[in-house]
Design a protein around this ligand. Structure first.
Ligand SMILES: Cc1ncc(COP(=O)(O)O)c(C=O)c1O
Length: 321
């Protein structure tokens, strides 16, 4: 994780702090206009939330009725499951295939009761993607009444040219909701701001369900400033690519089994206790994520950091205990 925040965002937030006696804009108008321009959409295609977590909850509260089926992949980000449960959805869990989302199996899990499908691309915690070709054939199998939510929290890190253009489906009027966030690439996780992109007919009801002031003033101005901070964004992308180029040969040298990533973290299968590795690394001042709670008790997720952080991690991994 290159967790340095956009300097432009920090400056905008500091300036906005003097206006905190005023309620925020309920519609995050300026930010939605900027996002609309960036993606070639209208502002009616965009809703902002208190993190993309908030958009997931708004989605479920707007569209999910008790007993509706929600298809989710196993061993991935847990929040889809939580929101589905809160609103009485019936979970249909589909396993990964070779540590990646199995779109064919997900399509086979469809029933007349399916309401929402959650897809994560790139996937957390494995860093894999499904391609444009795979998504195209998947969408051909999905009935009109099913909502396909594609969580692209890590999209800005993707290098692969095969990453799907999901916004094309939004423009075509399909039942696709794309989720994005300022928490990862933009380094603003503590600010809590994310957004959803979808056709107007899907977004408008969500505005009626959300809490009026769900996005605070600082988040609105901070995100807007970060969005235009090209120098910071280019640097973040470059540092992540350089980190991968350093870490892959080092992990090969150590004989470790890992997945090539399209994100800002690497999934490493240690083939021994991830929790023990976590404790050993903590003693060396390094925090890694043991993936026990994701259902991988022998794997860890390591954020790609700065050159110094990556070197420190490899040195620590070299000398366990
Ligand atoms: C796949 C995925 N989606 C969404 C989120 C949450 O993002 P936000 O901070 O915007 O709520 C995370 C955070 O870890 C994530 O990994």
């Amino acid at each position: 994780m290159i967790s340095i925040t956009s300097p432009n965002a920090l400056e905008a937030i500091a300036k906005e702090a003097k206006n905190l006696q005023i309620y925020p804009d309920q519609k995050s108008t300026l930010l939605r206009e900027a996002l609309a321009k960036k993606f070639g959409l209208a502002d009616g295609n965009i809703i902002c939330g208190n993190g993309s977590d908030d958009i997931m909850q708004i989605l479920a509260s707007t569209y999910l009725n008790p007993g509706d089926e929600v298809i989710i992949s196993k061993n991935t980000f847990s929040l889809y499951e939580l929101v589905a449960r809160i609103f009485g959805g019936r979970l249909v869990m589909v396993g990964l295939k070779d540590h990646a989302l199995d779109l064919e199996a997900i399509a086979r899990a469809l029933t007349a009761k399916t309401k929402i499908i959650f897809l994560t691309n790139p996937n957390n915690p494995t860093g894999t993607i499904f391609t444009a070709g795979q998504f195209d054939s998947f969408m051909k199998k999905i009935p009109e009444n099913v909502l396909v939510v594609v969580d692209e929290a890590y999209a800005e890190y993707v290098e692969s040219k095969e990453f799907p253009d999901t916004i094309k489906f939004v423009k075509e009027g399909k039942n696709v909701v794309v989720l994005r966030t300022f928490s990862k690439f933009y380094g603003l996780a503590g600010l809590r701001i994310g957004y959803g992109l979808a056709k107007k007919e899907l977004i408008a009801p969500m505005f009626r369900t959300k809490m009026p002031f769900n996005v605070n003033r600082l988040a609105q101005v901070g995100a807007l400033a970060a969005l235009g901070d090209k120098e910071f964004l280019d640097k973040t992308y470059k540092t992540n690519v350089e980190g991968k180029n350093f870490l892959y040969p080092e992990l090969d040298r150590l004989g470790l089994d890992y997945k090539k990533t399209e994100s800002n973290f690497i999934f490493i299968n240690l083939k021994k206790s991830a929790d023990e590795c976590f404790l050993a690394m903590m003693k060396k001042g390094i925090i890694i994520r043991p993936l026990t709670s994701f259902g991988f008790p022998e794997a860890i997720r390591v954020s790609i950091g700065t050159k110094e952080q990556n070197e420190k991690f490899i040195a620590a991994l070299n000398k366990p205990g």
